[in-house]
Write a protein that binds this ligand. Sequence first.
Ligand code: TNX
Length: 459
Amino acid sequence: MVIPAPASVQTREGTFTPTSVSGHGAEYAGAALGLPVSEAGDLRLDLVDGPREAYTVMVDSSGIRITGSPAGLFYGVQTLRQLGVDGAFPAIEIVDSPRFSYRGAMLDVARHFFAVNDVKRFIDAIAGLKINHLHVHLSDDQGWRIQIEKWPLLTERGAQTSVNGDGGGFYTQADYVEIVEYAASRFVTIVPEIDMPGHTNAALASYPELTAEGVAPPPYEGMEVGFSSLAIGSERTYEFVADVLGELAAITPGPFLHIGGDESHSTTTEDFLAFAKRAGEIVAATGKTLVAWHELGKSSDLPRGSIGQYWGFTTPEGDSATEALSFVEQGGRLILSPADVAYLDIKYDDDTALGLDWAQGPTSLEAATSWEPTAIIPGLDEVHILGVEAPVWTETLATIDDVEFMAFPRLAAIAEIAWSPRMDATSRYASLRDRLPALGARLEAAGTNFYRAPGVDWR
Ligand code: TNX
C-alpha cells in the first residue's frame, strides 16, 4: 500500500473514519485529506522531538494520531493519505524513518525550460514519495536559466535557446525564490546547479570575455556534449564564477551549491584541476557545501566535506569509482545516481518514443527497482552514502507531461531504495508491483502523467 515502504507496519482489525483534524500543520493535513480543521480533531498531529524525518501513524477504533517533527508529520500525512479508502483508514501502527537523509530528483531545465508552475507540480509529485531534494540543472550549453544581476546578458541572450529550437525561458530571482519557498513548504530543499567549466556554451555565447579566444560562439540547440569550456587562465572567469555563485547562494537557503564538472572534454586535465581548486575556494567562501559530478574528484584540492554525485554505472567503468571515492577521501560523502538504473530520461524499452538509450540500453521499471546502493562502488561504506538521486535530463522532453511520463513510476522505485530498509531485489520488485496500482490512481487523480509499465496490474 504505502510507497516508499515504511520501516515497520503492523496491521490490526477494524477501521476508523476521522471527521476533523487538529494539531501541528492541521491546515495542510486537512486540505490533503479532505477534512475540516477543529480544536478536538479525531485525527491528531502531535509535534514531538526526535530524528528529523521520523514519524509514527497510529490508527485504532478511537482515532488517528500522527507524531513527528514538522517534516515527520508531513511524511506521516503522506503515508496516511495512501492508506485511506473512501475516508476510512485501517487500524495500523506504523513506525517509520528514512534509510538515507538525501533523497533526490533532478530536473534539467536547461535543455528545455519548465515554467514555475510546472516545477511546482513536479515538487508536489515527488514530495508525496518522500523525496526531499530537488536538484535543478540551471545551465548548460543549450540555455542559461537563472537571472544574475551582475551578468544580465546570461538571460538576455543565453536564455533564448533550448534543444531543438523549442524556445527559451529563465527564472527571475523572484521566480527562483518562489520555487524555493514552495519546495520548503513540502520539505524539499532546492539544490541549484551551475554546470562548469564545460557545458557552458550558453554563457560563452552571452559573454565572449569568458572564452579562451575572446570570441563568442554561436548559440547552440543540438544534443552533443563536451565542446565548450570557460577560459581557465583568465581572472575574469573567476569573477564570473564568484558573482554567479554569490548571487545564487544568497537566494538559496539550502546547504548545497552544485557546480557540475561533468564531461569537460574540451578542458585539459591541468586546466580542469586548476579550475576545480579555484571554484572550490569560491564555493567555500559562500558558506555552502560544494556538490559536483564525480569527475570533479580528479581534484584532491576540494573543500573538505564536498559531496560527489556518482553517475557511472552499477558496475563502475573507467575512473568513475576512483573519482567518486576521492570525495570520501576528502572528508565528504556521495550521492548515487547510477545512470543505468537511476537516469529517468532513459527509455523504458526500445519502443518508448521519448528519451535516450545510451546508458547500457533501456531502463525498465524492474531495473530501476533492482539495485542496492552499497553494492556499486567497492570500498564505499553505507555511512559515506549521503543518499540517492534520480536525474531527469530533458534533451528529448519538451513538456512537463513528458517529464512526468519518464519519471513515474520509476521515481517510486528510486524513492523506495532511498527511504526503505534494505531488501533483496526480487522481493522489492514483487512488493512494489503490488503497491503501484494505487499510486497510479493517485497520480491520475492529481493529473500527473505516468507510464503504465508492463508487469503492473494498473487499474
Ligand atoms: C550525461 S549525466 C550528462 C548530461 C546528459 C545526460 C543524458 C551527466 C553528468 N551528464 O549532460 O543530459 O547524460 O542522459
